[in-house]
Every structure is written in structure tokens, then in C-alpha cells.
Ligand binder design. Structure first.
Ligand code: GLN
Length: 188
């Protein structure tokens, strides 16, 4: 399987390593042509404003949006979730605007803006997964057929809608491969 990782800014290498460990090919997506023949694409964590600006500058934004609307499996981690959301609290406009969720950026107060938690996400695995949050967003509203997959302290931190999967946390920063396995299964 060929899994792209949007490589404009943010935590790219860690995703590529996890894909490789699972025996698949990770492709760095830096320009339009890199999106050819992908089975799925990961939008990594980083700074959504920066990645969003680069998506426009590289002219990847609209073709990527079209591909996702046509069914390309996509997983947004953290900033990637913000890029996929149709609505961002307090901001007039979004980026790819494909997923029926409203997100709040930097949703955890300054003292706990980074933390770790072990949580069972039954959609992904029977074993608890280590969830790492780094200035992450939360989902404050879901619309249409969006399926909530995980909540932590009553906040929605993972969801799925058809070919789209989003997590507020960073499985690529742990040794656990289950979330990557789950996404790669979505790509089959
Ligand atoms: N705080 C970042 C943003 O708003 C997201 C942080 C992350 O991806 N780790 O874009």
C-alpha cells in the first residue's frame, strides 16, 4: 500500500516510520505530483495555520480536497484534524473544509496543553492506547453521519466520517502501531 504523508511542515518522519514498520510504503507529499497513486494520505500535526498557508501556496489544497471528496482515505492528526474540519471556532474560514465537525484549537488550558492518557478506543483496539496530546484541538460539534470514536474527559478527541478519520492526539509519537493499522485498513 502507498500511504502519503503531507510533508509541508510538522511531524512527518514519525508517521513515515510507523507506515514502514507495518510493511507499507510511505510517500512524502510536498507537491501536487506526489499525490499520484496513493491509497491514502495522512495530514500530520504541526501548526495548522502554517500548513494551511503552504497548502495554498503549493496549490495542493483544491486537488487534495477533490480527492478526499472523491473518496481518498485521509487521517488528520491534531493540526491535520483542523485542516479537515468544516468549521473552526472563532475563525471565519477553514482550509480543506470536508469533514462535518466543528473544532476548537488549543482546547486545553496552558497548564495541561500537553499530556498523556491511556484509553481504550474499542473501534481501534481492545487494549488501552497511549494517547499523547500536544496543544491539541477538540471536536465541539459533530454533524451528519460523523461517528464519535473517543472522548477524554467528556471531550471528543477522535471521530470518523466515511473515508475521513481524525484524532486530536499523536499515535505517531508512541511505539503503538494500532491507530496506523486501523487507518491502513481504511485504505484497503
Ligand atoms: N496547536 C496546533 C494548531 O492549532 C496543533 C498542534 C499539533 O498539531 N500538535 O494548529
Amino acid at each position: 500500500m502507498r500511504i502519503g504523508v503531507l510533508s509541508l511542515q510538522g511531524g512527518v518522519i514519525e508517521h513515515l516510520n510507523h507506515i514502514k514498520k507495518l510493511g507499507h510504503e510511505g510517500v512524502e507529499v510536498k507537491k501536487l505530483e506526489d499525490m499520484k497513486d496513493l491509497n491514502g494520505i495522512i495530514l500530520p500535526g504541526g501548526e495548522s495555520t502554517t500548513i494551511g498557508k503552504l497548502l495554498r501556496e503549493t496549490r495542493i489544497l483544491l486537488p487534495l480536497r477533490e480527492k478526499i471528496i472523491s473518496g481518498l482515505p485521509v487521517w488528520g492528526t491534531c493540526a491535520g484534524m483542523i485542516l479537515l474540519a468544516k468549521y473552526i471556532e472563532g475563525e471565519p474560514d477553514g482550509y480543506l473544509k470536508v469533514m462535518d465537525i466543528k473544532v476548537k484549537r488549543n482546547a486545553y488550558g496552558s497548564q495541561i496543553d500537553s499530556f498523556k492518557r491511556n484509553v481504550i478506543i474499542s473501534e481501534i483496539s481492545k487494549e488501552p492506547l497511549p494517547l499523547v496530546f500536544i496543544r491539541g484541538p477538540v471536536i465541539t460539534e459533530v454533524f451528519k453521519e460523523v461517528q464519535v470514536i473517543c472522548t477524554v474527559d467528556d471531550k471528543v478527541v477522535a471521530a470518523k466520517q466515511n473515508n475521513m478519520f481524525v484524532t486530536s492526539f499523536h499515535p505517531e509519537l508512541t511505539n503503538n502501531l494500532e491507530a496506523h493499522k486501523y487507518f491502513i485498513n481504511m485504505c484497503r
